[in-house]
Write a protein that binds this ligand. Structure first.
Ligand code: ATP
Length: 318
């Protein structure tokens, strides 16, 4: 293709989209680099599907620009779609024909050759899908597999997957995540939306979190996790009475939970670990467990913070 390899796979600048008076995207910016797996994370209704549809010119934004593989999807939609594999969030297929016929039709439409045909068969085997079945006889998960095969079978440069694992059983979810990793290994870029945090954590190099049409965080999955506070669980020996006010007096240490017998404390350590250890050393400690929060906790902390802010804002306005 004749786009510049230096262009990002996706470049979204100040993208806004409203449905009537409802503003679904509020000026979002995103850069997805070539060859990375990028997770687009957000709760229901956050604007993930809207953003993906704008990337393929399936809907038109009100403002902002989108560039996909160095091309403008509005002026060059065919070129963009030629190099993309797209799995829509809500798949609509002709119900009265077989899986095989759907895949053959799509292959011909794309001008895909024998390799594409062979790959579709391989993927159907891997995903345990009977290609002779009529679409109308397939379960929701099996229909989703047809969409996944259609997105991957021509080995596109860019995969845009809208909640790819939705409706799939856990084993097949793993297979799809393997396929995502394999695509990256062969040089493709994968952009996928999800509200399943574990899968984003498992495969995405970078992640953006969207909430109510706004990007609230973008970063490398690993640094999003490592930049955070530590979690700590401290267990005291029997009959030890910990004076929790000593811990509460330390800056950057949050007392998250105290067990009913007072023997177990859960802490968030966002400050000096050294001060905390010195306080704990005055007691008979049985065990200490520490760990970084996972993406789920990071994600929830954003919503917690935003909810808290909204709540305070509302109270302030009362
Ligand atoms: P989900 O995870 O539930 O699929 P999403 O993050 O993909 O959600 P969108 O489907 O992009 O979210 O929807 C964003 C907002 O825009 C939602 O509030 C939704 O109700 C609204 N919306 C989406 N499509 C339309 C439409 N055609 N007409 C009116 N409102 C719409």
């Amino acid at each position: 293709m004749n786009d510049k390899e230096s262009d990002p796979a996706i470049h979204v600048n100040n993208l806004s989209k409203s449905y009537g008076s409802f503003l679904a995207l509020k000026g979002i910016d995103l850069i997805v680099n070539r060859g990375e797996v990028f997770g687009f994370l957000g709760p229901n209704g956050a604007g993930k599907t809207t953003a993906i549809r704008c990337m393929l010119d399936l809907i038109r934004p009100d403002a902002g620009t989108v560039s996909v593989l160095g091309k403008d999807p509005q002026s060059d939609p065919v070129a963009v779609r030629e190099y993309c594999g797209y799995l829509p969030g809500e798949l609509r297929l002709d119900e009265n024909i077989s899986v095989n016929s759907v895949l053959e039709f799509l292959r011909e439409l794309r001008g895909g050759g024998e390799n594409c045909h062979i790959r579709a068969k391989e993927l159907a085997d891997r995903l345990d899908l009977n290609v002779k079945s009529k679409i109308k006889n397939l379960s929701k998960g099996n229909k989703q597999k047809v969409g996944i095969i259609a997105a991957f079978m021509h080995c596109p440069d860019l995969l845009l997957l809208d909640e790819p694992t939705s409706g799939l059983d856990p084993l097949i979810q793993q297979t799809v995540l393997e396929m995502v990793k394999e695509s990256r290994r062969s040089g493709a870029t994968v952009f996928f939306s999800s509200h399943v945090l574990a899968e984003v954590q498992a495969v995405a190099d970078r992640v953006a979190i969207i909430r109510e049409g706004q990007i609230v965080e973008v970063g490398e999955t690993s640094s999003l996790l490592s930049g955070r506070a530590w979690k700590m669980k401290v267990m005291f020996a029997e009959n030890t009475v910990m004076r929790t006010e000593e811990i509460e007096a330390l800056s950057g240490i949050l007392l998250d939970e105290v067990s009913s017998d007072g023997r177990e404390l859960k802490l968030i350590v966002d400050g000096e670990m050294d001060e905390l250890i010195k306080v704990l050393a005055g007691y008979h400690v049985e065990s200490i467990e520490t760990g970084r929060p996972d993406l789920e906790e990071v994600f929830l902390s954003y919503y917690g913070k935003v909810r808290e802010r909204d709540h305070l804002g509302k109270k302030g306005n009362e």
